[in-house]
Write a protein that binds this ligand. Structure first.
Ligand SMILES: Cc1cc2nc3c(=O)[nH]c(=O)nc-3n(C[C@H](O)[C@H](O)[C@H](O)COP(=O)(O)OP(=O)(O)OC[C@H]3O[C@@H](n4cnc5c(N)ncnc54)[C@H](O)[C@@H]3O)c2cc1C
Length: 449
C-alpha cells in the first residue's frame, strides 16, 4: 500500500467502529478478507471520499475491483492491480413519502439500521450479521431468512454506478426494467456502486424464540408448517443424531396471529436461556432471545453489531435449492453426516422468497439454503465441497456468490438462464473488462463463451 492510501484510510476510519477491521489491517501486515483465509493479490488500496474521486480514479485505471467490508470467503473481490474502497461521508437520505432511503455504497447495514429505526422506519430483512456493506451484500445476493422475504438485493429500488469510462449511470426499478434487474446483483462486474436506494417500511418490533432438538423426522413431515411459523426461521444443525439442534424463530409483534411460544414446537423444547448457534459457545454476542421484544434490527441478525462473531476463524459455503426440493436436499446432506461432521462448526437452513434479479440464486424461484460454517481447514473443506455439490446436483443447487464452492463454470451456466444477458450488460458498462478478475473470468465470462 502506498503512503497516500494509508493516510486516507486512517483518517476516514477514526471514530468509525463500522470499519474497524480495515483499520486493523492498515496497522498490520497483508490485506486479508474477514475470515483471513485469503490475502488480496494487491495492497494498492485507494480510498475514495467523493463521487468525483471515484470517477477520476476509475478513468485512470486499466484494472480494478471495489472492496466492500471484505466478508466474502472467495476471491470475487480480488484484484492483482488495484482495489478501491468507498470511505465517503456515508450520507443517508430518507424519503418518507416515497418510502425509500438512499445510501452511499460503502455504508453498512449496522450503520443504516439504527438511523432508520430512530426515524420510524425499517428494512424488510437483514443477514446474520450487520457488519457488511450494503453495496457488497446486494452485489452477491446476500440474504436473511423468511419464506416471504426476498434477499437483501430485492429491496433495491435504484442504483448509481460509476462505469468503466468513469461516467455516472443511474438505474431504477421504475424506469430501467430489465437492465436494472440485471445490474442489482452485479457481482462487482459493472462498476462502482456509489449509491443505492432501498425500499423501507414502518418500523416494527420483534421477538426471538429458540427451540432445541427438533427431530429431523418432524422437520421432514412438517416442513411448510415450520417454515411459515414465523417471519424468519433459521434451523441450525450439526447433522448429528437425526435432529436440528436449534430452531430460531424471529416473529414480528405486529403480525397476526402472533406466535404463541408454547413449551414445545414440533417436538423441540423451548430454550430457557439465550443460546449461540453452536450450543457450547457463549451467547454474549448473539441477539436477544427468550421472546424479549426489541427493534427489528436487533432481532433479525443472529449477531449483535457491537461484537465480531467468532473472530473470523471459520470458512463458509452455502447452496440454494428450489424450495420444492428442500426436504430431499436436506435428507441428501444428512446422509453425508459422517463425512461432514469432522470439519463442521455448524450448518444452517434458511428460506428465501423468489425475486427477478438475473444473477440472484432466487431468480424466479423461492429457495431454501443449506449453509455450512466450517472449521478453518481449507484442505479438508476443499475435499468436501465436490462431495456436497454432487449430492445436491440433482436438486438444481446454486452456490452463494460470496462463499466457497467448486461447481464448474459450465454447470453454473446451466443454472443461470440470464447469464448471457448479464455478460452483455457487463460488456456495455465495462467493454474492456476493467472490473473483471480471475473469479469473474472463470465463473461468469468464461462460462458464457
Ligand atoms: C460472518 C459472516 C456472516 C455472513 N452471513 C451471511 C448471511 O447471513 N447471509 C448471506 O447471504 N451472506 C452472509 N455472508 C456473506 C456476505 O454477506 C457476503 O459475502 C457479502 O458480499 C459481503 O459484503 P462485503 O461488502 O463484505 O463484500 P466484499 O467481499 O468486500 O465484496 C463482495 C463483492 O461486492 C463487490 N462490491 C463491494 N462493494 C461494491 C461497490 N460499492 N460497488 C460495486 N461492487 C462492490 C466486490 O467487488 C465483490 O465482488 C456472511 C459473511 C460472513 C463473513
Amino acid at each position: 500500500m502506498n503512503k497516500r492510501s494509508f493516510l486516507k484510510v486512517c483518517s476516514s476510519l477514526i471514530g468509525s467502529p463500522f470499519l474497524a477491521p480495515l483499520f486493523a489491517w492498515a496497522a498490520g501486515e497483508k490485506l486479508k478478507n474477514w475470515a483471513g483465509n485469503l490475502e488480496y493479490s494487491t495492497e494498492n488500496l485507494y480510498s475514495a471520499r467523493t463521487l468525483d474521486q471515484v470517477r477520476e480514479f476509475v478513468k485512470k485505471q486499466n484494472s480494478l475491483k471495489v472492496l466492500g467490508t471484505r466478508h466474502c470467503f472467495n476471491k470475487i473481490a480480488d484484484s492483482k492491480r488495484q482495489l478501491i474502497s468507498l470511505n465517503t461521508d456515508q450520507a443517508i437520505a430518507l424519503d418518507a413519502a416515497g418510502r425509500t432511503v438512499t445510501v452511499e455504497g460503502g455504508l453498512t447495514y449496522g450503520h443504516l439500521s439504527p438511523y432508520l429505526d430512530s426515524r420510524g422506519w425499517a428494512l424488510h430483512n437483514l443477514a446474520s450479521l450487520p457488519h457488511i456493506s450494503i453495496a457488497g451484500a446486494c452485489s452477491t445476493a446476500t440474504h436473511g431468512s423468511g419464506e416471504k422475504n426476498g434477499n437483501l438485493a430485492a429491496a433495491v429500488v435504484a442504483l448509481e454506478i460509476v462505469n468503466a469510462a468513469g461516467e455516472v449511470v443511474q438505474l431504477s426499478r421504475a424506469k430501467d426494467g430489465q437492465e436494472f434487474l440485471g445490474a442489482v446483483v452485479g457481482l462487482g462486474a459493472l462498476g462502482v456502486i456509489t449509491k443505492l436506494t432501498l425500499d423501507i417500511q414502518p418500523t416494527f418490533q420483534m421477538q426471538q424464540y429458540v427451540y432445541e432438538n427438533l427431530p429431523l423426522s418432524e422437520l421432514k413431515n412438517n416442513f411448510d408448517a415450520i417454515e411459515s411459523s414465523a417471519y424468519s426461521v433459521s434451523l441450525f444443525t450439526d447433522w448429528q443424531k437425526q435432529r436440528i439442534n436449534e430452531v430460531w424463530l424471529k416473529c414480528r409483534t405486529d403480525q397476526k396471529p402472533t406466535f404463541e411460544a408454547l413449551p414445545e414446537f414440533f417436538g423441540a423444547k423451548k430454550a430457557t436461556r439465550n443460546v449461540h448457534p453452536i450450543i457450547e459457545l457463549s451467547a454474549e454476542n448473539c441477539t436477544e432471545q427468550m421472546g424479549v421484544p426489541g427493534p427489528w434490527y436487533e432481532r433479525l441478525p443472529h449477531f449483535r453489531m457491537g461484537f465480531t462473531p467468532s473472530a473470523g476463524r471459520e470458512l463458509q459455503s452455502e447452496y440454494f435449492v428450489p424450495r420444492h426440493n428442500a426436504v430431499e436436499a436436506i435428507s441428501a446432506i444428512e446422509r453425508l453426516h459422517d463425512q461432514i461432521s469432522p470439519s463442521l462448526l455448524i450448518a444452517e437452513i434458511r428460506a428465501i422468497a423468489a425475486d427477478e434479479l438475473w444473477m440472484s440464486p432466487c431468480y424466479k424461484q423461492s429457495c431454501v439454503t443449506i449453509h455450512f460454517t466450517w472449521k478453518p481447514d481449507w484442505p479438508a473443506v476443499s475435499q468436501l465441497l465436490p462431495v456436497i455439490e454432487k449430492q445436491l446436483a440433482p436438486f438444481r443447487s446454486r452456490p452463494h456468490w460470496g462463499k466457497l464452492f467448486s461447481i464448474p463454470p459450465a454447470q453454473l451456466r446451466t443454472e443461470y438462464e440470464r447469464l448471457p444477458d448479464f455478460v452483455a450488460l457487463a460488456e456495455k458498462f465495462d467493454p474492456h473488462g476493467k472490473f473483471r478478475n480471475d473469479f469473474l473470468n472463470a465463473n461468469i465470462f468464461g462460462a458464457a463463451s
